[in-house]
Write a protein that binds this ligand. Sequence first.
Ligand code: NAP
Length: 244
Amino acid sequence: MRRVALVSGGSRGIGASCVRVLAESGYSVVFLYHLSDSRAADLARDLTSSGLDVSARKCDVQDPSDVGRVLSELLDTYRHIDVLVNNAGIAWTGLLTDMSVAEWDAVMNTDLRSVFLLSKAVLPGMISRRSGCIINISSMWGQTGASCEVAYSAAKAGVIGFTKALAAEVGPSGIRVNCVAPGVIDTEMNSRLSAEDIRALEDETPLGRVGTPDEIAKTVLFLADPASSFITGQVIGVNGGFVL
Ligand code: NAP
């Protein structure tokens, strides 16, 4: 039986690479997206036409009722989910003193509450089968903290704490929970940065460049694979040496 992977935020960027890399490795992949209807449909169509098993579901991952509805449909269809990749996220850049409560809540709910909601939805099935793994996408800013990204850094640090605590809680049930903390990766999330900002970040990165979405996806694939069967509760930095 094919292993089933669920990827949040799969319509573009790192999530879309995770969808493709997991599908090419033989997983049945379902991905969630929010606003990018046509990009999600194009991605699912492209991969399906190459013979891969990929489907897309529209789901606002910060909304408990949307997550509940979509997950119950998915569990009816697939019966089990072997791998959950909590990837969906948004950033907000600016001074904390300029941030509204609504903007704070949007970052916290998209980047951290979604991790709770989706993990809670898949865990009962994983626990009853004593098998499964959860991979959370944090950020190096969750490890170090970034000026003008206080809410994002707090949410991503929360994802790291969540990963470690849940790994301790569900390890005895045979479930692994790990975290990938990317450095600067070439996606639309960074389109707000000027060429000069990007050059400065490259200069700060020992490998001298930004990363690609595929470099994150391949780490996710490793953490999903039985090859990493004794790894749990870990934060894997994929950042070109930015955080040492
Ligand atoms: P991206 O290109 O901006 O893509 C974000 C993805 O998240 C999209 O698929 C988007 O779906 C989805 N999403 C956003 N809000 C959602 C919601 N409420 N419900 C469902 N899906 C939602 O971002 P990325 O760079 O690939 O980032 C992916 C993850 O890596 C994020 O958690 C990010 O924080 C983390 N990360 C990125 C970097 C980087 O440098 N790029 C570095 C460290 C960590 P729609 O398009 O359909 O709205």
